[in-house]
Design a protein around this ligand. Sequence first.
Ligand code: PRP
Length: 206
Amino acid sequence: MIHESGHPLIKSLVNHLRDIRIDALRFRHLVMEITSLLAYEALTEAPLVQREIPTWQGDYNATLIDEEKLLFATILRAGMPMLEGLERLFAHVPCGFLAMRRDEETKESILYYDRIPPCEGKTVMLADVMVATGGSLSDAIDLIKAKNPARIVTLNIIGAPEGLAHIIRKHPDVDIFIAQIDEKLNADKFILPGLGDAGDRSYNTT
Ligand code: PRP
């Protein structure tokens, strides 16, 4: 199921990302902040746990998000600032990494690095900036599903309807929390109006 944010703060920050005058530092910072806001929306059904915590008034029985049931994952490299946005919220959640690149001829994603820890029983929050054709995200979901998580939630900044339709078709059981669904893909499979190449914009490459 797709959950597109309707929040003006998120929409506004995404539009700042479109501005090509911002530098890589500001770009990564905005990606990180938007991800924290997406996590806020995605964690309304988070697994909870009761814990006794020592406070200035003695022990207190607190309700907390159960970090032991969470796992964060991202796709290099544009997803790195997204992961940072999640790590800032939770100190104890394991993080996994996938590296994929798009074959410029076929436009298909090619996996070249896989460090996803065991996912059994976990809610996996998979962060990737863009859903263009949906190939990378769909392949990443396949890899994570093979590790038997309890649930997969994706966090995405921007997507094209074509790519999102592909994900929903292949993975109807996955919840997609996305900041902005844009208009379409161009002939080169870039999102329009989009952000350009988020990896390049994050790390000053072309
Ligand atoms: C981007 C983006 C996604 C992928 C989306 O990564 O971060 O992972 O493209 O495209 P798709 O939906 O058509 O698969 P990119 O390949 O540009 O790598 P990068 O993050 O290293 O720049």
